[in-house]
Design a protein around this ligand. Structure first.
Ligand code: GAL
Length: 695
């Protein structure tokens, strides 16, 4: 029997199928077999081929401790399978039954204020609790034994949207053990955490408490380690869940549904422990322009894709209005299909919804669903779902194909945590995520596939790498960047990089750490700007003492405007060999460098000193990617409002174009077989998929 660990899986359900379906909760409708029958009709009509079962079904699977009832589930699975519908089977640990919390109160989470939760809601269990782990092990084992080998079951869905922390005594003890492992001695911990500051020196590991507003919250290294511990503890819990399935004899692939912009768990670490990465996407369509929404959603698709740099699944999305959002906005016609197409375009091998059938009561009764309370097949949402189903059948050939990228943007979990807690230089908002996205969007404007990777991922294979606001440098990261540039890579680094080590201790001496010779500069100061302030990055006029940029930089600069606005953070650097390409235009640092270039080994490095507007990145990266020889499939990039991605397999390349702008666009399309869409012109919200032979 195969034990713990990821199987190098293909994730296609069958050779010619993209997964389409959603979370289905038949346990809420066991007294309505008539509805369960019509549900199958709807599922088939919408060309749905997969449903997720069991996500919150623990109370129906084990109504009393040790008493299991799987018959209802098996019957539902039989029925689905007879109709050709596959199942993603969930372990039920996302929500626990009442008896469990009543008998084992340690499973209830404790807040940072050291208050124990009452029974209620979901996703709020102590992940250290031996009682909880044991009860989860038992139910997972029973589930795997009784249902895991059912032919309908294609995959395991482990728990649901893991997240959150618990501050109970069990977690405090586990945290202290984790710290003992990491630091060995309390003296070493004191040194790494800089506890001499304010006399917070620890005499013993036993004194360490998790961060709390009632206690210690001034040691940033403690905060960082608490986040690391919580992330590790969650992943460890998930591994226990998977171990139970494996020990019970199931070797079906596993997935866990991740969340948009969530930073509580290091997803790069988590992804190593599952076979297929998946996520849940709930964009606020209608709140901002379609293009802004799609760009942002595309970014997160690419983060998820980059976790394994393999096809992923979208496990949840909403076909109608999302009731937990402040305003439950209806999706205008075409959005459901466009969103499903975007998922596949970015490397999804399936697009699923929350939820198949709308619940009758409780918190999500107004959440959009494939089948609503009315239940007919003539509802607008259902028709939209059917259209998306047809589209997915038309492009099924792309299933399993890869999403190669020559450009990468660094986006690192521990760096996110460290920036959040850094206490300056702009505690109001550092705009770190926005800084990452600006690099990403600029590359996407060139029609390039982009990987969004953390500092641990090898850089060979990329020809262009952006390092935006990497405040925390993991050990070895600087060396990796040095090698990358020395070997001929084009690198962009921005302000506020290489400032602290893994314990949030400032590097002493010249910074960015271990990069000053590569960059040809050192950081001197950084200015935090008030919200209403701005500066400009502008070209340098001709004049005495101004060196002329080399021809490639001159070409890059010729494609740029005279000036660009910058806000929030402006860094002042001292050139030590780097060439100044653009300067600040105002404040006491007018005329000081704002964009610099240095040559190192066979490569080049560009350093951006300030939080510049998007157009600056768009224009600069157009020149830099050309310099790096990285080109998208359309000469001149993509028009504003259009998304372009490319997938490929051994034989073919698949070009995806989608128009999220307000007007139709005309694009000269490359030759190939049109799998989906019309070649005439791209109307707003429409898309086209072209298969191009590699021969
Ligand atoms: C997700 C969750 C689902 C459902 C959905 C509603 O975050 O995993 O169970 O609550 O939100 O949008």
């Amino acid at each position: 029997m195969r034990k713990q660990g990821a199987v190098p899986g293909r994730i296609k359900v069958s050779d010619n199928r993209l997964m389409y379906g959603g979370d289905y909760y038949p346990e809420q409708w066991l007294d309505r077999p008539d509805l369960l029958r019509t549900d199958i009709e709807r599922i088939l009509e919408a060309k749905i081929n997969t449903v997720t079962l069991g996500v919150f079904a623990w109370a129906k699977l084990e109504p009393r401790e040790g008493e299991f009832t799987f018959d209802w589930l098996i019957k539902i699975m039989d029925n689905l399978w007879e109709n050709g519908i596959s199942v993603i089977l969930a372990t039920p640990s996302g929500a626990r039954p009442h008896w469990l919390a009543d008998k084992y109160p340690e499973v209830l989470r404790m807040t940072a204020k050291r208050e124990h939760n009452l029974f209620g809601r979901r996703h709020n269990h102590c992940l250290t609790s031996p009682a909880y782990r044991e009860k989860v092990r038992i139910i997972n084992t029973e589930l795997a034994k009784r249902c895991g080998s059912h032919p309908a079951v294609k995959m395991w869905h482990i728990s649901n949207e893991y997240g959150g922390d618990c501050h109970c005594p069990l977690c405090q003890e586990a945290f202290r053990d984790w710290l003992r492992d990491r630091y060995g001695t309390i003296e070493n911990l004191n040194d790494k955490w800089c506890t001499t500051f304010w006399s917070h020196t620890y005499d013993d590991f036993a004194q360490v408490e998790s961060p709390s507003e009632l206690g210690e919250n001034s040691i940033m290294a403690l905060e960082l380690d608490w986040k690391r511990f919580t992330s590790d503890q969650t992943i460890d819990f998930m591994k226990d869940e998977i171990r139970a399935l494996r020990d019970a004899g199931s070797d079906k692939p596993t997935t866990a549904n991740l969340m948009y912009h969530f930073n509580g768990i290091d997803y790069f670490k988590l992804a190593k422990e599952i076979d297929i990465v998946s996520w849940d996407s709930y964009p606020v369509w209608g709140k901002h322009s379609d293009y802004e929404i799609a760009r942002d959603n595309g970014f997160w698709h690419d983060v998820i894709k980059s976790l394994k740099r393999k096809p992923f699944l979208l496990l949840e999305s909403c076909p109608g209005a999302t009731n937990w959002q402040g305003v439950s906005k209806l999706k205008k016609p075409g959005v459901v299909e466009a969103a499903a197409l975007q998922t596949i375009a970015h490397g999804g091998d399936g697009s699923l919804y929350f939820q198949m059938r709308q619940s009758r009561g409780a918190e999500e009764k107004f959440h959009g669903a494939v089948i609503d309370h009315y239940g007919g097949s003539d509802s607008r949402t259902f028709r939209e779902v059917c259209k998306a189903g047809e589209m997915l059948e038309q492009i099924a050939a792309v299933a399993g194909s890869s999403i190669p990228a020559q450009a990468a943007v660094i986006y690192d979990w521990e760096n996110r945590w460290a920036i959040q807690g850094s206490c300056g230089p702009r505690s109001d908002n550092m705009y770190h995520e926005e800084c990452i996205e600006k690099s990403y969007y600029a590359l996407r404007r060139q029609g390039l596939n982009v990987d969004v990777i953390d500092q641990s991922i090898p850089l060979d294979g990329y020809r262009f790498v952006a390092v935006p606001m990497q405040y925390l440098f993991h050990e070895g990261f600087a060396q990796k960047l040095r090698n990358y540039v020395a070997d001929g890579g084009i690198l962009v680094m921005t302000y506020w990089s290489g400032v602290v080590d893994e314990n949030d201790r400032c590097f002493l001496g010249q910074t960015p750490y271990d990069m000053t010779d590569v960059l040809g500069l050192r950081r001197e100061e950084i200015d935090g700007l008030y919200d209403w302030e701005s500066n400009h990055i502008c070209k340098i006029g001709a004049g005495e003492g101004i060196t002329q940029p080399d021809p490639s930089d001159a070409r890059i600069l010729s494609g740029m405007r005279g000036e660009y606005e910058c806000r929030n953070l402006c860094e002042l650097v001292k050139p030590m060999g780097a060439e100044t390409l653009m300067v600040y235009d105002s404040d006491f640092y007018a005329g000081r460098p704002a964009l610099l270039k240095n040559v190192y080994g066979k490569g080049r490095v560009y350093y951006i000193c300030a939080d510049a507007e998007q157009a600056f990145y768009d224009d600069l990266y157009r020149g830099l990617t050309e310099l790096a020889g990285v080109r998208g499939p359309l000469p001149g990039g993509v028009p504003e409002g259009v998304e372009l991605t490319l997938r490929e397999d051994g034989r073919d390349r698949y070009l995806f174009l989608q128009n999220y702008g307000e007007k139709p666009v005309e694009i000269d399309l490359p030759k190939g077989e049109i799998l989906y869409g019309s070649p005439e012109s791209l109307a707003p919200l429409s898309g086209i998929v072209i298969r191009m032979s590699k021969k």
